[in-house]
Design a protein around this ligand. Structure first.
Ligand code: UDP
Length: 317
């Protein structure tokens, strides 16, 4: 079955570019009049700015800390509840231009230590939230506890709900064809009025980059969900989101596999007690042992090092 891209519906509202000539060239008029939408009322301040440096640039890495973010091993993580994160994204959407967000767990933060391209993609994101409980625990140990975990899959589901209620369109990019198609089918059953701008599997090579971006741009989607695993999805968003015209893209990892029902998510009690990783590990021990064993050990070390440095700094001053 082929991926779809339906024609946009509704009233035209011209989008404003915010990322320079390339981004402006990629932006398209939208089929939504934002002024007539019932937007989320109280919007917390944006946790990050949306200025950008090109990937691979030798300029020093920008650190977008703000009152609303907690630095965990070098990565500013937004201190927002789930509802506040949706409100921030809604505000980014109404601002115009293209934006993207990522979620981080311990393994991704550790990977970013040695992968500058990933680190830059995370630092340049408009929003980064905590996907893993380890990140929330670390923030508490560092004395600035995050309010809660805002996982990729939960944010995905909340944003789909928000899109259905407010007439925003969505595009799903990533995973195997069966998985992404199954996700779209499930979402259509749950939200019959949801505007699905299109979908595409996540298995394409560099030579198809332009056509993938063009298809998304032509779909005139508001929200783009990118489920290609890490770091691939972060690299992809950092380089391509401006060319897709999507107003906000979110990296959602293996969410389509769960939403389509191909892979079962951990039961609620495991999610709440921070044991979701164990559920995933039992399902795919060969692939994940390195991520959890080495990743979590390295993460603990990074957090202890940050705490020791902060203490040393406070003794000196
Ligand atoms: N995937 C993809 N393209 C690729 C590699 C992976 O679309 O080139 C998809 C894969 O089918 C799966 C998801 O990315 O649906 C990776 O899920 P994972 O659970 O590994 O995500 P993470 O743990 O990195 O969030």
């Amino acid at each position: 079955m082929k991926s779809t891209a339906e024609e946009p519906r509704g009233r035209g509202a011209e989008r404003q570019g915010s990322r320079g000539a390339e981004a402006r060239g990629a932006e398209v008029s939208k089929g939504i009049d934002r002024s007539q939408q019932n937007l989320v009322p109280s919007t917390p301040p944006l946790p990050c700015s949306s200025a950008r440096l090109p990937l691979g640039s030798s300029a020093p890495l920008p650190l977008r800390a703000s009152a609303n973010s907690v630095i965990v091993a070098g990565i500013p993580v937004a201190n927002l509840s789930e509802d506040e994160a949706v409100a921030v994204i809604d505000r980014l959407i109404s601002e115009g231009g293209s934006h993207y967000g990522a979620v981080v767990n311990a393994a991704k933060i550790v990977a970013a230590e040695s992968d500058e391209k990933l680190k830059r993609a995370l630092l340049e994101a408009d929003l980064v939230t905590a996907d893993g409980m380890a990140v929330v625990w670390a923030s508490r140990l560092l004395g600035q506890g995050l309010k809660q975990r805002v996982t990729g899959i939960d944010l995905f589901e909340l944003l789909v709900d928000h899109a259905a209620k407010h007439g925003l369109s969505i595009y799903c990019l990533g995973a195997q064809e069966e998985s992404v198609r199954g996700t779209v089918e499930q979402l259509t059953i749950k939200y019959p009025t949801l505007r699905i701008a299109g979908y595409r599997n996540g298995y394409f090579d560099e030579s198809e980059r332009q056509s993938v971006c063009d298809a998304i741009r032509l779909s005139r989607t508001d929200l783009l969900f990118v489920a290609m695993g890490s770091p691939k999805q972060e690299y992809w968003m950092a380089s391509n989101v401006p060319f897709t015209g999507a107003r906000f893209a979110l990296g959602v990892g293996g969410s389509f596999d769960h939403l389509s029902g191909l892979v079962r998510r951990a039961p609620r009690w495991m999610q709440r007690s921070g044991l979701e990783w164990l559920h995933r590990f039992v399902q795919e021990p060969r692939r994940l042992w390195r991520r959890y064993l080495i990743g979590n050990t390295a993460f603990i070390w990074l957090v202890i090092r940050q705490r020791l440095r902060a203490r040393r700094h406070s003794w000196r001053s």
